[in-house]
Design a protein around this ligand. Structure first.
Ligand code: GSH
Length: 218
């Protein structure tokens, strides 16, 4: 008789790119977890109960009752979950591992912050700062070009599908917010659509908030 896997993971998140990364990863890793909604539009990320989990007051956060580990920062959570299972991340210290970590770090340190600011200025507050809109749009153009160049001769950001792809994909899924046309970046578009077709990605994407995966017009 099959016994259900025990559930010892609690995920606290919301339907933003940083929030969706973790539910997608948990689905890819086939790890059972409980989902807790932290509605950042209502300020729930600043409640003392949540700040006990993430003193920085931002989603996502994770609790692992098996080990007693509590974690903030999506990149750290991804490394933790992939290391725990030995999946979607190379063996610690290997060439594959560092290749994946470098693309993951580019996402958490560059792609997320730059595209996130573009959402703030160009999508939600247009006309407030021409300088900021120009600055973040040019960073978006540059980063899309970088990813497209990399993916011209690589199926994935590192050699195999990994945490690096999972952390970057939900940011590219906001191409519309960013005023970007994926048709201008054919290799990135191919990568985006291939990841969008993965059942675990489709399951994980709708965990925080129901929404259709955005698809480019043609
Ligand atoms: N570096 C953090 C960024 C987390 C982050 O910016 N979360 C946003 C949503 S995508 C948030 O909670 N925003 C609410 C706020 O800033 O108050 C991570 O990767 O986990």
């Amino acid at each position: 008789m099959n016994h259900p896997k025990p559930t010892y993971l609690d995920l606290y998140t919301w339907g933003t790119p940083n929030g969706r990364k973790i539910s997608i990863l948990l689905e890819e890793l086939d790890l059972p977890y409980r989902y807790h909604s932290i509605d950042i539009t209502k300020g729930e990320q600043s409640l003392p109960s949540f700040k006990k989990l993430n003193p920085n007051g931002k989603i996502p956060a994770l609790e692992d009752h098996e080990t007693g580990q509590t974690l903030m920062e999506s990149g750290a959570i991804m490394l933790y979950l992939a290391s725990k299972t030995g999946n979607l991340l190379g063996e610690a210290g290997s060439v594959a591992y560092w290749a994946q970590v470098q693309w993951l770090m580019l996402q958490v340190g560059g792609i997320g912050p730059m595209l996130g600011q573009l959402h703030h200025f160009a999508k939600f507050n247009p006309g407030k700062s021409e300088y900021a809109e120009t600055r973040y749009k040019s960073e978006a153009n540059r980063l899309y070009e970088l990813l497209n160049d990399r993916l011209k001769d690589h199926e994935y950001l590192a050699e195999t599908y990994s945490v690096a792809d999972i952390s970057t994909w939900p940011w590219i899924a906001r191409f519309d917010y960013q005023g970007m046309d994926l048709n201008d970046y054919p290799a990135l578009k191919k990568w985006y659509l291939s990841i969008a077709s993965r059942p675990a990605v489709q399951r994980g994407d709708v965990v925080p908030t129901e929404a259709e995966i955005p698809l480019p017009a043609r």
